[in-house]
Ligand binder design. Sequence first.
Ligand code: AMP
Ligand code: ZN
Length: 474
Amino acid sequence: MTLRLYNTLTRQKEVFVPIDPSNVRMYVCGPTVYDFAHIGNARPAIVFDVLYRLLRHTYGADHVTYVRNITDVDDKINARALRDYPGMPLNEAIRHVTEKTYDQYQKDVTALGCLPPTVQPRATEHIKGMVEMIRTLVGRGHAYEAGGEVLFDVSSMKDYGALSGRKLEDQMAGARVAVDAHKKNPGDFVLWKQSSPEEPGWESPWGRGRPGWHIECSVMSKAHLGEVFDIHGGGLDLIFPHHENEIAQSRCAHGTSVMANYWMHNGFLQVEGQKMSKSLGNFYSIHELMGTDAFGGRPWSGDVLRTAMLMSHYRQPIDFTVPRLREAEAKLSKYREIALGAVGGGDSFNRIENALLDDLNTPLAFTLADSIYNDALDGKNWAIAELAKFLNLTGLADATSQNEAILAQRDLDFSLANDDLVEAKLSERLAARKAKDWKKSDEIRDQLAAMGVSIKDVKDPASGELKTEWEVKR
Ligand code: AMP
Ligand code: ZN
């Protein structure tokens, strides 16, 4: 059986034919690092991880390149930095926000069993490429400078709107007068905007400024995957305007007829029947679900969250509820019990593999796993090994189980929130030691230990000065 994928571009399921089977290339839009990832953000990370695993399984682990970017330039990041670090120079505050959020994201998705992508480029590493691409677009008549911005001229592209099915004329007709006066067309979008002296900015032919969001992905995908690649993914909400505009930029800059051959979009997740929002009080970050009692009065481990996600087909909406998590947990623990320590193999795993090859039919894979489980209960040895393979291919074997999740959470809560506190305690302790106040010094050591921090005094070989190294104990 060959891999078939639903392509948003053609609105049908198609046989997947890679451009180069020795290097299958996939790009997925990653997080904007200004706040903890919520459980909805976990969905694309998990769904495209399953696809990544399936591609590696089919083409060989060394023959797949998966790029998931990190958006670390964005006005939301600036706003968060100003709010959380008042008085700190903005660049430094931004670095705090992005590093903290990035670390958290890595830990979250690892606990959810996601393999690290081949490359995780950051937007700030690619500003030069963005300036280059914008320059090309201006040179080719697809972009213009106006009102302190460089804008993409949507009317310069004949088939703009093909991915989302939005016709340019409809957009024009629907547009009200509230169009920015400097735009030629209401749909024109920002490629570059000028920065005030306080805002982050880079030199460019259009003054010191910063890139728009869409250009970031066009440039990062080009840098790591080339002008045309195989698969581009993200959540449904990204089809318009983000992916539409990525396509416009990349195709117009490179003169190609496509940017990626297959466009895939995961459906949305809602919580207990409602859109997640802070004001409704049903907004949950991944780390909150794993490390606190916020949802259903208890923490949920990464493998349970992953199972709950994959029980639905990736294109369907998911209603995230406590009963769904309980069902996921029960399923997982029964498979686990049986599959642990399995050896050998049979061929019913092929059916699971085929289900996944059919546009990632994970709900069918679970149904098949349930029937294999029944065979295993009947004492069929092969079934045990088949279940183990299922857990591996879907990444469930790699996701964190309960205890690990809580420990990892403590580690991460601690390292995120309290770096400054630890440093403060350590200098207090150093002062106590200098004053030969051993009692106080030991007290501080104990306080730190209670917080899960272990410390070690070492002498700097060069200066001979005493310093203290610390780490969060598992
Ligand atoms: P953002 O940081 O908002 O750009 O989102 C990162 C990724 O998460 C994008 O691929 C979004 O489409 C996806 N996403 C955001 N909210 C949800 C949700 N409620 N359900 C599923 N995917 C989502
Ligand atoms: Zn993107």
